[in-house]
Ligand binder design. Structure first.
Ligand SMILES: Cc1cc2nc3c(=O)[nH]c(=O)nc-3n(C[C@H](O)[C@H](O)[C@H](O)COP(=O)(O)O)c2cc1C
Length: 355
């Protein structure tokens, strides 16, 4: 095994000194090739990829912008890759939003992302306070440890295969008029009979949002397989998530974000997350915007479910469509081919004959 490190260089290299140091620690004893220029990215195909990105005070990096352009414009550039990312900035802003933007572009170029694929370093490193306390180290020590762990995960992780994958479909839509549900119906038609599909509707009133209980209380209920609120989430959704090998979420764009019911679902997953990690479960999504902004919703899904909640992100995890009036999504030019490719991607995650 070896790592391929995509490392777009800042013009003033002394500004990336901290990331240089952490990266050399993370790569110590590993075989690694480092790609610094956008034109080098062709050599990443099929590899285990760690993207290392230092930002300047404005949250920018010119060489990265050129790499981002290639990732967005060349859909197969990272075909067959599995990846993670390190983003380091001099301030408290822009690291997370840049990471989500990069993660979406990597994924769209064919790269799977391991669960918790981001090591983020804000200027103060204050985001490492809890890890440093747990490790008994200083903030920089915790940053280095997280980077080493990520390098290991990216190099070694293999998503488990299943002969008869269990798929949990979650939606919060009205079946008669919904574009996302129309797409889901078409995806289902394209899936082979080996999938075991379970569907749960999270309509208004069935789900309360997380109330932000104190950590110990959340842990207490989580360890007993529930949550302070109980209800549909504890009784139906947690057991179904536990059983599932993959989730598929139907996501209409509501004000450039996930709808409240789906957001509540993700927030309420926190109690389950206290006792289980989701590295071996994949997440897919069908995103529909009336006018624009499906990439914003996809980024939100990556941040919440892959970066925070540890779900595995398969290559091209989301189908992004623009449609408003009922029926428009299925009438869009080329939709049949896009649905075919999306369903093929789902099948490819669980190759047949590999239990
Ligand atoms: C409350 C609400 C907010 C919306 N906000 C946006 C928006 O910010 N941008 C957009 O492009 N479409 C927006 N839409 C349109 C929906 O994304 C679009 O109609 C989509 O087809 C809904 O999916 P569905 O048919 O599965 O419910 C909004 C719709 C609703 C009901």
């Amino acid at each position: 095994m070896s790592l391929t490190v995509c490392y777009p260089q800042l013009e003033h290299r002394q500004r990336q000194a901290r990331l240089d140091g952490v990266l050399s620690q993370a790569l110590a004893g590993r075989e690694a090739q480092v790609l610094e220029r956008p034109e080098d990215l062709d050599r990443a195909r099929g590899k285990r990829v760690l993207f290392a990105l230092a930002l300047d005070e404005a949250g920018q990096n010119a060489a990265y912008s050129n790499m981002l352009a290639r990732l967005r414009l060349e859909p197969g550039l990272l075909e067959g890759c599995t990846g993670g990312l390190l983003v380091d900035g001099p301030g408290e802003l822009y690291t997370k939003s840049t990471a989500a933007e990069l993660a979406l572009a990597m994924n769209g170029a064919g790269c799977a992302l391991v669960g918790r694929p981001l090591v983020e370093a804000t200027g103060s490193l204050a985001n490492f306070r809890i890890q440093a306390k747990n490790l008994g180290s200083d903030l920089l020590g915790a940053y280095g440890a997280a980077a080493r762990e990520l390098a290991e995960q990216v190099e070694r992780f293999a998503f488990p295969s299943r002969e008869r994958p269990r798929l949990l479909a979650l939606h919060a839509s009205s079946r008669h008029t919904s574009n996302t549900m129309d797409l889901w119906g078409e995806v289902q038609k394209r899936l082979s009979g080996r999938w075991q599909v379970e569907e749960i509707g999270l309509r208004n009133g069935t789900l309360s949002d997380c109330s932000g209980c104190p950590y110990t209380m959340c842990l207490h209920f989580g360890e007993r397989g529930g949550c302070f609120y109980g209800g549909v989430m504890s009784e139906e959704v947690y057991p179904a998530v536990r059983r599932a090998d993959a989730l598929i979420l139907m996501c209409p764009n509501y004000n450039d974000a996930l709808s409240a019911n789906l957001t509540a679902f993700i927030n309420r997953l926190t109690a389950l997350f206290r006792q289980t990690r989701f590295y071996d479960k994949a997440v897919f999504a069908l995103v529909v915007s009336g006018y624009s902004g499906s990439d914003t919703v996809a980024r939100q899904l990556i941040s919440a479910l892959n970066m925070n909640k540890s779900f595995y992100l398969p290559p091209r995890f989301a189908l992004l469509e623009t449609a408003n009036a009922p029926g428009e999504a299925l009438a869009a030019p080329g939709i049949g081919a896009r649905l075919d490719r999306f369903a093929q991607g789902m099948e490819a995650l669980f190759p047949q004959g590999e239990p």
